[in-house]
Design a protein around this ligand. Structure first.
Ligand SMILES: [Zn+2]
Ligand SMILES: [Zn+2]
Length: 677
């Protein structure tokens, strides 16, 4: 039923009665013209019910561009949308993170406008905003050239200068499909068919002569797209299928100001400078060998030294925290993977089977079934619980060729994996201990900021989850309680849990503000049932234990990659593969060099002496290029006084100090795992 007057509830609590059909822009103008010109879009949410924030999930991206919005959720609309019912209204300015997505998607329309003006034969795919910009997929027989991209950028500037209004139009679905079909717009036909229903009106956005099937919202006009850049071109098969035509995806990025755009490129430069693949080569830390295959890591002596320190620290901490260390094989008979369910659910991520004389075998993609077999090997009573088995286990997972990326995406890696078998009453304290441990990992390795997510089930989708309602309720409540009692802020993500249990993910924030998913603490109601695990309770009866999977580095390889980038290869003293570089000024100081080296080694330091007949400055430069934390230089004067001249990474020449004094200070820095020098 339509009303002539509607109530608009504003964020400050005030309510405005306005005629139905009033637009958010009119309301903004009424509040202040300044607010009106700063507004990008409006956020509407229903007065009753949950005011959930629309999610920005990658997988939902396509659907969110076209499909009808969920009526109960908050949604963004154009400033020109006529309001027809009572609603909560928030005017969204460029301060709001969602506004940037709207801007970037609008920039994608501007790009498509430019492309069609320059290359009218092009067919349009779609053009969503991404985490760092936007892209648009095009189909054109002739590939775009770098000169074409420059021309597209120039034409986009013109489209922006024309300041064309983005207006929304509607057409009956059948008519739209007919038109697209007639023009050979096979991608648009696909999207309309997939995301709308027969008999519906579908929505289009027009700016000037350009029109695109889209649900919006958009910025008010092309003139709002102020700072943008066309970046690159990539090929992709339509719908990811090699049998389909190849599309050309043009990437770009856009910001609300030139300043933000410049800062973005500065960040990218900084990220390139820190690229672990480049530093890995420069510092001789690791390699990937063509002859051996993609995604398989060779740890060179210096990288291996850092890995040893990481692993030693991890094993010591595990023992200190009541874990037991185990070792398990790299392969197992296929029967094991059938019992665990991997053969059914996970086969696509595993290396293909290999046939030996007695059976088929597979490389392990996970350690869990092995730890379970250890648990199951002897009867357990409540006195044995919790049983915490930890292993730095090598696992192998199939990644498609061409998708590997340095240490971050590989086919073979080492999980700092542990499985905790416990009674339901022990869940909360075990999870709390896991979170403490995860925090200790991050803090020790120099990360101060992290984000926590709690993935839970969707109770309305019962069929997709293993385990009883009681189990799920207990597990989610426990995870919730632990995070609350530790005052750790977290985001709950309903429906994101694995089918076998809820989980907590810890994402660290690196020095460039990038998020990295590392630690995970995951419940499992499934495997204990599949393997018929038991313990005898205090009541003398048999019960099924609860199982927790947890990995804190996640993957040792990946964590190492993140460490390299976080520190730009300048590792803290306790992790540096060579901690002290020795530079004797001339050959006659060789004996003193031996003495200094022996004293440092005696104190536990990793030392390298540059005894070459080279200029002092060349030796210093070589150590500096290796990002060696301390370089000690000495000649006659130092030898006579029993001192060393200290050059500290990042601080330069610190003058001469007695060797014993240097050793004492450096020892403290190592013992406290300090990130300072
Ligand atoms: Zn659009
Ligand atoms: Zn596991």
């Amino acid at each position: 039923m339509s009303k002539s007057t509607i109530s608009i509830h504003l964020p400050d609590g005030s309510v405005r009665e306005v005629p139905a059909g009033t637009t958010p822009l009119e309301i903004a103008n009424d509040i202040s013209p300044r607010l009106a010109s700063a507004s990008i879009v409006a956020r509407l949410s229903p007065l009753s019910g949950l005011s959930a924030v629309a999610s920005g999930e990658e997988s939902a991206e396509e659907a969110s561009m076209y499909a009808a919005p969920d009526a109960s959720a908050a949604r963004l609309v154009d400033l020109s949308t006529p309001l027809v019912q009572d609603t909560r209204l928030e005017l969204v300015t460029d301060k709001d993170p969602e506004a940037l997505k709207v801007l970037r998607h609008s920039a994608a329309h501007v790009m498509a406008t430019a492309v069609l003006e320059l290359f009218p034969e092009t067919k349009l795919g779609h053009g969503p905003a991404t985490e760092s910009g936007f892209f648009y997929d095009f189909y054109r027989e002739k590939p775009f050239t770098p000169e074409d991209l420059a021309e597209i950028q120039e034409r986009m500037i013109e489209v922006v200068e024309r300041d064309e209004k983005f207006t929304r139009e509607y057409e009956m679905r059948e008519k739209a499909l007919e038109d697209f079909d007639r023009h050979g717009d096979f991608m648009k036909t696909h999207f309309v068919t997939k995301f709308t229903h027969p008999g519906e009106e579908v929505s289009f956005y027009r700016n000037g002569h350009f029109i695109d099937f889209c649900r919006g919202p958009h910025v008010p006009s092309t003139g709002r797209v102020k700072a943008f850049k066309v970046l690159s071109l990539a090929g992709a098969y339509w719908l990811g299928d090699e049998k389909n035509p190849q599309l050309q995806r043009i990437y770009g990025t856009a910001f609300f100001s030139q300043k933000d755009l410049d800062a973005h490129f500065a960040r990218l430069d900084e990220a390139a400078r820190r690229d672990h693949r480049v530093l890995g080569k420069q510092l001789d830390l690791f390699s990937i060998q063509e002859l051996a295959g993609a995604g398989l890591i060779f740890w060179h002596p210096k990288g291996a030294m850092i890995r040893k320190i990481m692993e030693d620290w991890m094993r010591e901490e595990c023992l200190r925290r009541g874990y037991q260390l185990v070792y398990t094989p790299h392969v197992a008979r296929i029967n094991l993977w059938q019992t665990s369910g991997h053969e059914g659910f996970y086969a696509g991520n595993m290396f293909t089977p290999m046939e030996l004389d007695d059976a088929m075998y597979r490389m392990k993609p996970m350690n869990c079934p092995f730890h379970i077999l250890i648990y199951k090997n002897s009867p357990k009573s409540y006195r044995d619980l919790p049983a915490r088995y930890a292993e730095l286990g090598n696992v192998y997972r199939y990644e498609r060729s061409g998708t590997m990326h340095g240490l971050l995406r590989v086919r073979g890696f080492t999980q700092d994996d542990a499985h905790i078998f416990c009674m339901p009453s022990q869940i909360e304290s075990e999870v709390a201990a896991c979170i403490d441990f995860a925090e200790a990992v991050l803090k020790t390795f120099g990360f101060t900021e992290f984000k926590v997510e709690l993935s839970t089930w969707d109770p309305n989708d019962r069929a997709h989850y293993a385990g009883s309602d009681e189990n799920w309720d207990l597990a989610i409540r426990s995870l919730d309680n632990v995070l609350k009692s530790k005052s750790i802020p977290y985001k709950t993500i309903p429906g994101e849990a694995a089918f076998y249990g809820p989980k907590i993910d810890v994402k660290l924030v690196d020095v460039l503000g990038r998020l990295w998913q590392l630690s995970t603490v995951q419940f499992d109601f499934n495997l204990p049932a599949r393997f018929e695990l038991e313990y005898v309770g205090e009541d003398g009866e048999r019960h099924q234990p609860v199982m927790v999977h947890r990995a804190l580095f996640g993957s040792v390889e990946r964590f190492f990659g993140v460490l390299i980038e976080h520190y730009a290869g300048a590792f803290p003293l306790w992790l540096a593969p060579v901690q002290v570089g020795l530079v004797p000024i001339s050959e006659r100081h060789a004996a003193y060099a031996d003495k200094v080296e022996a004293a440092l080694k005696e104190a536990g330091f990793r030392v390298e002496t540059d005894a070459r007949n080279e200029k002092m400055n060349a030796k210093i430069r070589d150590f500096a290029n290796q990002k060696t934390p301390y370089i000690l230089v000495f000649g006659d004067k130092e030898e006579a006084a029993g001192t060393v001249s200290v050059r500290t990474r990042g601080k330069g020449d610190q003058g001469s100090v007695p060797l014993v004094e240097f050793i004492a200070k450096a020892k403290t820095l190592v013992a406290t795992q300090s990130t300072e020098l």
